[in-house]
Design a protein. Structure first.
Length: 246
């Protein structure tokens, strides 16, 4: 079920969003009907879901100056809380933009010439997750690259949509959920996973499918045949309008 939170800004439902991916990830999405949510603690950016360092240091100093016999114990609790929060949180990332991004094509295909981008809207993403019963409660929020946390610790939801300004070119939107303590603690194997597959209604999610601007004509024809065989009801492919490399 979709949830709202005062610290999570969900854009207008008509906002266009994009998800760039390799061919294997796209096929997994349409064959399995599952959207992959990455564990926050396993993201490439090691600062994902962390409290800004200066803010955390200030809190540690306050604890040490309290002259409490349990100062170090309280510091340990603070660190454990933040570590567990990052382990229990799973996110799925999109980019908010009216048009394709040449830079994001290059980044998310990691040097490969073959890939696709799904074009949809914020509303369709929400509805596609809501249509499947049994999915975890989730939030959808635009990432804030200049957020100021008024209190410590910040709300967990706020940490999920905070990112360093270094990444502002991504114009990121996130769908995310925080796993319940009971489910997380009763299943030790979950702690070893890099991510979690969430069921989704594919036909509701996908508005358009764009083929990478770096693919050759031979691949386009082959890929169309694959899609028509696996999921004929999907919308037709659109060749990217981005200029190819010389």
């Amino acid at each position: 079920m979709y949830k709202t939170h005062p610290d999570v800004h969900t854009p207008n439902g008509n906002k266009i969003i994009w998800r760039y991916m390799s061919i294997d990830k796209f096929l997994h999405l349409i064959v399995q009907g599952k959207l992959y949510f990455s564990r926050l603690s396993k993201m490439t950016d090691k600062y994902e879901g962390t409290v800004p360092e200066l803010m955390f240091r200030k809190k540690i100093i306050e604890i040490l100056q309290s002259e409490s016999d349990k100062a170090w114990e309280n510091i340990h609790k603070e660190k454990k809380y933040l570590e567990e929060f990052r382990d229990k949180t799973f996110i799925n990332c999109w980019s908010i933009d009216r048009d394709e991004s040449y830079a994001l094509w290059k980044i998310y295909l990691s040097g490969s010439s073959c890939g696709v981008a799904i074009k949809t809207t914020v509303s369709k993403l929400r509805k596609s997750l809501e249509k499947v019963k049994g999915n975890p409660d989730f939030f959808i929020g635009e990432v804030d690259y200049k957020v100021q946390f008024p209190i410590y610790p910040p709300n967990p939801q706020q940490l999920c949509v905070y990112k360093r300004e270094f990444y502002k070119y991504e114009k990121e939107l996130r769908a995310f959920f925080v796993m319940e303590d009971s489910a997380f603690n009763e299943n030790p194997s979950i702690k070893e996973l890099d991510g979690w597959n969430v069921d989704i209604d594919i036909n509701t999610l996908i508005d358009s499918i764009y083929l990478s601007p770096f693919t050759g004509g031979w691949f386009e024809a082959s890929f169309r045949s694959i899609i028509e065989h696996i999921k004929p009801e999907l919308v037709p492919l659109i060749q990217s309008s981005e200029i190819k490399d010389e």
